[in-house]
Design a protein around this ligand. Structure first.
Ligand code: SAM
Length: 222
């Protein structure tokens, strides 16, 4: 996507609105060196997540899908000193790279990476009697999105903001006959949101350095 207008405009905006950050640059370099897939959020999206954390005064954040911790660090930097971010990652190598990145960002004390199948970790969190979260970012395996939404609602309070990434998939989501389980996972996610009185949601299409996609954002009703 590097030379598309979308990507160049993304760069233009990023250059003006998002000051260069040594730590985040080192994080991206580490992810590349460790050959993690380049599927982290973009800088503008990371900043958006950080702004949402600030706008909601988030003290407790839940992330499903850590990868190298890029989005984790964006959100973690918005936390107060007594805040907490729990992030769930299946792949031990991703988690290991993320742990080092989070240490580099000085966020180790606030961030807990839980390694394993997210659905199992979510069940464990409940057994442990975890407090509700103020901001929840869903960004892991898309076929599980419907289940992640259920868990997100269970771990919410009125006012919790829930964000889901990759809800457009180059427009594939309108193809009801798609045989891609990721597309079907997202379609079911929309159907659940449509039928769910506990959350008020919208979805925004995005273009940029990550191509054509979009995110869902919702707030849990009082
Ligand atoms: N949020 C990250 C960022 O923006 O920097 C990107 C996350 S990446 C899109 C998705 C991650 O979810 C991958 O690291 C993948 O290993 C992880 N994942 C996939 N299936 C999972 C599962 N069942 N449980 C937990 N994590 C999973």
């Amino acid at each position: 996507h590097a030379n598309t207008t979308w990507s160049l405009v993304d760069n233009y905006m990023t250059e003006r609105l998002i000051p260069r950050d040594d730590v985040l640059e080192q994080v991206m370099a580490a992810n590349q060196r460790e050959e993690l897939p380049p599927i982290d959020v973009s800088a503008s999206q990371g900043k958006l997540l950080q702004l949402l954390a600030r706008m909601t005064n988030a003290k407790r954040i839940l992330e499903i899908g850590t990868l190298g911790g890029y989005s984790t660090i964006w959100m973690g930097k918005a936390l107060p000193a007594d805040g907490k971010l729990v992030t769930l990652e299946l792949d031990p190598k991703h988690a290991q790279v993320a742990q080092a990145n989070i240490a580099l960002a000085g966020l180790s004390r606030l961030v807990e990476i839980r390694v394993g199948v997210a659905l199992e970790q979510l069940a464990k969190l409940e057994e442990e009697g975890t407090e509700p979260f103020d901001l929840i970012f869903i960004d892991a395996d898309k076929p599980s999105n419907p289940a992640y939404l259920q868990w997100a609602l269970r771990f919410s309070h009125p006012g919790t903001v829930i964000v889901g990434d990759n809800v457009v998939r180059d427009g594939e989501i309108i193809n009801r006959h798609s045989t891609d389980p990721r597309v079907q996972g997202i379609r079911t996610f929309y159907d659940m949101l449509a039928a769910e009185p506990r959350i008020s949601a919208t979805a925004i299409q995005t273009v940029g350095s990550k191509g054509y996609d979009g995110f869902m954002i919702g707030i849990v009703n009082g």
